[in-house]
Design a binder for this molecule. Structure first.
Ligand SMILES: O=P(O)(O)OC[C@H]1O[C@H](OP(=O)(O)OP(=O)(O)O)[C@H](O)[C@@H]1O
Ligand code: HPA
Ligand SMILES: [Mg+2]
Length: 184
């Protein structure tokens, strides 16, 4: 699939699976099965986080519920515009709930810092983040992220939910693109 477009495999399918199990074990320790706040609420950020979120939910040995939000910062470009817009909001009130934001990647950190501010105004009992990937620039945004799968170099990556112009999300691994794909 996508013959000739992928320059290298950065993180394999197997590595993603192992890391997801590791993160799930750590997360499950922090949230009791019968918490008074109810089931842990996973808030996924569309569309990139969908693959990680569904695998994480199945790896977690505690009951979880799911909500999704769609925000836009990248469009079809490879760098963030810095402007975050809500394209789809949560369906439910999160007041009093234990909320875990699930992200595929924290790059500039703009999306997440905006999202943390936005969701914290809705008074959840707790608000934490799990991300599969994080890039070095994310530290500039100064967002506390309790759970990080992999710290990766400052390169544009695709696969396992991550797209370039809506393509490559369906790859089972994380890879880098050949420069020819960007029209280079
Ligand atoms: O840390 P940042 O620089 O803000 O970048 C991270 C965000 O960018 C990507 O989403 P995108 O806007 O591409 O939407 P998508 O998930 O639908 O591809 C990614 O899924 C994160 O949500
Ligand atoms: O490296 C990336 N790849 C795909 N989407 C992204 N959104 C932020 N960073 C990235
Ligand atoms: Mg994208």
């Amino acid at each position: 699939m996508y013959e000739g477009d992928i320059a290298s495999v950065l993180i394999s399918e197997e590595e993603i699976r192992e890391k997801t199990a590791e993160l799930a074990a750590i997360i499950a320790e922090r949230y009791p099965v019968d918490a008074p706040e109810g089931d842990l609420l996973l808030v996924g950020v569309l569309k990139g986080a969908v693959f990680f979120m569904t695998d994480l939910a199945r790896a977690l040995p505690i009951p979880t519920q799911m909500e999704f939000m769609a925000v836009s910062s990248y469009g079809s470009s490879t760098s963030s515009s810095g402007v975050v817009r809500i394209l789809k909001d949560l369906d439910k009130d999160i007041a009093g709930r234990n909320v875990l934001i699930v992200e595929d990647i924290i790059d500039s950190g703009l999306t997440l810092s905006w999202l943390m501010r936005n969701l914290s105004t809705r008074n959840p009992a707790s608000l934490e983040v799990v991300t599969l990937l994080r890039k070095p620039d994310a530290v500039k945004a100064d967002v506390p992220v309790a759970n990080v799968g992999f710290d990766i170099p400052n390169e544009f990556v695709v696969g396992y939910g991550l797209d370039y112009a809506e393509r490559y999300r369906d790859l089972p691994y994380i890879g880098t693109l050949e420069p020819t794909v960007y029209g280079g």
